[in-house]
Design a protein around this ligand. Structure first.
Ligand code: C5P
Length: 314
């Protein structure tokens, strides 16, 4: 394998900076099955990549470093526990190269928001370092490394709309005629812990206090094919929503505000606390976002559309 010390004329990879854009995800359907022996829950989910992006730039360096700006700057650990750095190490180990790069993150995806921001950064680091180092892995190989980093990371390599099974790491694309869906994304003041949300769901289930599990994705997949937002609205669902609502009761007000503003449907995204609302179109989304902002039920309401591509060099 090529090593950074091999200076026989040309180095492989990119000499200039490599910039990668990676989207946030929402789960249009998040069916949570039983707790497995490995501590994860069996999932039956439909992932959807939306147009809220983090940007990661990778440059050549003599060591591996990470700096950041934007959402969560000053709060996010930039040491080897950071998922982007773990991704760079994992790729370097897999490809047999030295993990040398200077990574810089510009974050717009909130931390601990249920939008897979950390997983997005890991996916971006894999794609960026693969180009920087010239390791030339296929998307499927990158997704294989991604699965060890987190359940959502393989999806963020692929993007689009996709079915997720296993603990979420087994991803297969949902083929549909191109349609854009318009969303309002209500971002909360503070994050929620994903493991805590899963634990809370288990507790609610043990106490007989959880809602009926969602079950099959069939209705949602059929609705995606029909391309009618009113039909899609009726099929959105999230088994983790009750858990997020018990942990953060104020989310009920956020969901209510979206409904009052005329959103077709509103759900908690992933493990929360971000809430997403389906609109009939872009202008409708802009209007709903303004009303939700005015209601004072979240830190910020942004509009987004989906599906969009996964982590890509730009
Ligand atoms: O895979 P990831 O590291 O993103 O998962 C974070 C945590 O969320 C896990 O440690 C686990 O507590 C919970 N989780 C789960 N079942 C899944 C995915 C995540 O219980 N399918």
């Amino acid at each position: 394998a090529w090593r950074p010390g091999d200076e026989d004329g040309q180095r492989r990879g990119a000499s200039g900076p490599v910039k990668v854009r990676v989207p946030a995800k929402v789960n249009l359907h998040l069916g949570v099955g039983p707790l497995r022996r490995d501590g994860y829950h069996e999932l039956n989910t439909v992932y959807h990549a939306i147009s809220i992006y983090d940007e990661l730039t990778a440059r050549r360096g003599d060591t591996l470093t990470l700096t950041m700006e934007g959402e969560g700057a000053g709060e996010l650990a930039l040491d080897d526990t950071n998922l982007a750095l773990r991704a760079a190490h994992a790729l370097a180990g897999y490809a047999g190269v030295a993990p040398h790069a200077r990574l810089h993150l510009r974050k717009q995806i909130p931390l601990a928001g249920g939008l897979a921001g950390g997983s997005a950064d890991a996916a971006a680091a894999l794609v960026a370092c693969d180009t920087l180092w010239g390791t030339g892995l296929s998307r499927d190989e990158l997704a294989g490394i991604a699965a060890d980093l987190g359940s959502d990371v393989p999806f963020l390599i692929h993007g689009g709309t996709a079915l997720g099974t296993g603990r979420g790491e087994a991803v297969s694309p949902v083929l549909a005629r191109p349609t854009s869906w318009h969303w309002v994304v209500a971002i909360a003041d503070a994050g929620l812990s994903t493991p805590a949300a899963y634990r809370e769901l288990d507790r609610l289930r043990d106490a007989g206090a959880a809602g009926t599990p969602l079950g099959s994705t069939d209705a949602l997949l059929a609705a995606l094919r029909q391309r009618d937002p009113r039909v899609l609205a009726a099929t959105l669902g999230n088994d983790l929503q009750d858990a997020a609502l018990t942990m953060r009761p104020s989310l009920a007000e956020t969901l209510k505000a979206g409904e009052a503003a005329g959103a077709l449907a509103g759900i908690v995204s992933g493990s929360g606390p971000t809430c997403v609302f389906l609109a009939t179109g872009e202008a409708d989304a802009v209007r709903i976002a303004a009303e939700i902002t005015a209601a004072g039920v979240c830190r910020e309401a942004r509009v987004a559309h989906g599906p969009v591509a996964g982590a890509r060099v730009v």
